[in-house]
Design a protein around this ligand. Structure first.
Ligand SMILES: *Cc1c(COP(=O)(O)O)cnc(C)c1O
Length: 391
């Protein structure tokens, strides 16, 4: 079989110098551990702010609810998109003003609505009649935004179908909300996470415009469009950069709204924190399953249950690096648990140097989002993924 030297484009993810520092500080740490670089998040936040200066940022804290990340973003001026009372409790305990919080989950219990309202949250998402009635009753007079359905086409991690309703349905909810004493504030959507097709925002903005005009005929003036998340992080497959996303989105808004662009809200999760994280893991085992099998199986000490659930269907392709030289070898990657779904990549080919041995460290980049918050409590007794803030 023809072989070539192993090569990994490290500089696409981290400078050599920073990587050596990372290796150094994690040398004696127990793995797996997620190392988070706050500076990367700060720079990402500032970049988003610069690219979309007209937008208000609501960090989707589910992506990584680490207190240090939240405190830093709060100081930078960020608001927060919250999905449960537990997330709200966390923010309140950190001293974060409820005025900077939006209850963005359309699926909520009455008691939860009441809880948010009592604690001073003023902005709520909805997409159904039942929820709207509950909002009118338990959060009277609040500002409400209405989530429209999108398809999620073009996204590595689509969020479609479950959230949002058809614009015709939303139209009626908006009219009802006025009768119920609520303030219809705007429209929201989410085009799907790690969305590669910028055109998806075009369709969604056009639907917002349709609704803005339709309810204006009934004397209702909406103020805001929440363009959701979906902005990219730096995984194996490259995407366009943030600046291209933002300039295109601005163009879509101008096409539809001219000089009269509504207030814009942005809810970044992945794009804000993913690039800041590296999971340091250890190779537990390298094995060949039969003499005639061409691929080695490589088992890491982190897998689907330890935080890498987004490898489901090989949707998110995390860059994985072993700092060794050698000829490159195609491998199958799996996690440490006793569940056969705990295979990371089998169809999409990953390469590692053939010199790897158990005990070597594997560095999994772009793992700052949707890893630690997804890791299981103690499946097979493995503890949830730990994290460490890099200084
Ligand atoms: C998860 C979520 C986000 C964040 O999406 P990303 O693609 O990670 O940026 C934003 N808004 C809502 C309502 C969400 O549920």
């Amino acid at each position: 079989m023809y072989k070539e030297p192993y090569h990994f484009p490290l500089e696409r993810f981290i400078s050599r110098e920073r990587f050596n520092h990372l290796k150094d500080i994690t040398k004696d740490m127990e793995t797996p551990v997620l190392v988070v670089d706050l500076e990367v998040i700060r720079n990402r936040y500032l970049e988003l702010n610069k690219c979309l200066p007209y937008a208000q940022i609501y960090y989707a804290m589910k992506a990584n609810p680490n207190n240090e990340i939240i405190n830093m973003l709060y100081e930078l001026g960020s608001n927060f998109d919250v999905a449960s009372r537990y997330e709200l409790d966390q923010l309140l305990a950190l001293g974060i003003s409820p005025k900077r919080v939006s209850y963005g989950n359309t699926i909520k219990k009455k008691q939860d609505i009441e809880y948010f309202f009592k604690h001073g949250v003023e902005l709520f998402a909805t997409d159904s009649e039942y929820d709207l009635k509950n909002l009118a009753k338990y959060a009277p007079g609040s500002k409400v935004f209405f989530r429209i359905l999108t398809e999620g086409t073009g996204a590595d991690w689509p969020l479609s179908r479950k959230f949002g309703s058809h614009p015709d349905m939303i139209y009626n909810l908006i009219l009802d909300s006025v009768d119920m004493g609520l303030i219809p504030w705007g429209i929201s959507f989410h085009v799907g996470s790690q969305q590669r097709d910028i055109g998806q925002w075009d369709d969604a903005v056009a639907r917002c415009k349709y609704l803005f005009d339709a309810v204006a005929e009934q004397g209702i003036e909406l103020q805001m469009i929440n363009i959701g998340g979906g902005f990219p992080a730096n995984y194996v497959d490259p995407t366009l950069d943030l600046e291209q996303y933002s300039s295109e989105i601005l163009r879509f808004l101008q096409d539809d709204f001219g000089d009269d662009i509504p207030q814009i809200i942005l809810e970044p999760g992945r794009s804000l924190v993913a690039d800041a994280g590296v999971i340091v893991s250890e190779i537990i085992l390298v094995s060949k399953k039969s003499k005639n099998n061409i691929y080695d199986w490589v088992y890491l000490d982190v897998g689907k249950f330890g935080g890498l659930i987004e490898t489901i269907d090989e949707s998110i392709k995390f860059p994985i690096f072993v700092d060794k030289e050698g000829m490159r070898e195609e491998i199958i990657l799996a996690g440490p648990t006793c569940d056969s779904m705990d295979i990371l990549y089998e169809h999409y080919k990953y390469y590692l140097p053939e010199t790897i041995t158990p005990g070597d460290r594997a560095y999994i980049f772009t793992t700052g989002a949707y890893t630690q918050s997804y890791s299981s409590v103690n499946f097979n007794g493995f503890p949830p993924l730990k994290s460490h803030i890099m200084k």
